[in-house]
Design a protein around this ligand. Structure first.
Ligand code: ADP
Ligand code: MG
Length: 155
């Protein structure tokens, strides 16, 4: 069961990302959030706003070429991951996927490794709609579903 939201401009995408950051526990190490949507849908915009809201103060580049960018947050580590160039779940191990398990993972193009959905907590699907974007939020685990239920859309 998902919730749908209209995101008329980039600021509303960032605002949703900040609301989700606020709905996570104080230590979100081990969580995985899947960011789906075509090129330009706002996946990196969302991840960047989340990381900054969680306390990262530096620049957040797109991990398109590096595949994984680590971020030291107050209290735990986060990984911004882009699987666009991954062709199978096997390649995740090659990437050192299991080394990332204690961090908060924000994953762009999770469709490239379908096994991921089984271990993930939340799926955010972004799509083009009415000149802006629309988001579909789905809880994939019990804790993820609970976090979405606590989401404060007004913030
Ligand atoms: N809700 C929105 N409405 C309109 N433009 C948006 C919205 N959210 C993000 N954008 C813009 O769309 C672009 C998305 O780029 P990016 O986040 O890199 O996409 P992706 O990572 O999905 O390829 C950015 O220029 C951003 O400012
Ligand atoms: Mg991106």
């Amino acid at each position: 069961m998902g919730q749908s939201l209209n995101l008329p401009d980039a600021e509303s995408t960032e605002s949703l990302a900040r609301a989700l950051a606020a709905a996570l526990p104080a230590d979100a190490g081990g969580w995985a959030i899947l960011l789906q949507g075509e090129l330009g849908a706002g996946k990196s915009t969302f991840a960047r706003a989340m990381l900054q809201s969680l306390g990262y103060e530096g620049v957040v580049p797109s991990p398109t070429y590096t595949l994984v960018e680590p971020y030291n947050l107050p209290g735990y580590i986060a990984y911004h991951i882009d699987l666009y160039r991954i062709n199978s779940t096997d390649e995740l191990e090659f990437l050192g996927w299991s080394d990332l398990k204690d961090g908060l993972k924000l994953v762009e193009w999770p469709e490239r490794a379908p096994q991921l959905a089984k271990e993930a907590d939340i799926r955010i699907e972004l799509r083009y709609a009415d000149g802006g974007r629309a988001a579909e939020l789905t809880g994939l685990s019990e804790r993820g579903t609970n976090a979405l239920a606590a989401l404060d859309h007004g913030s």
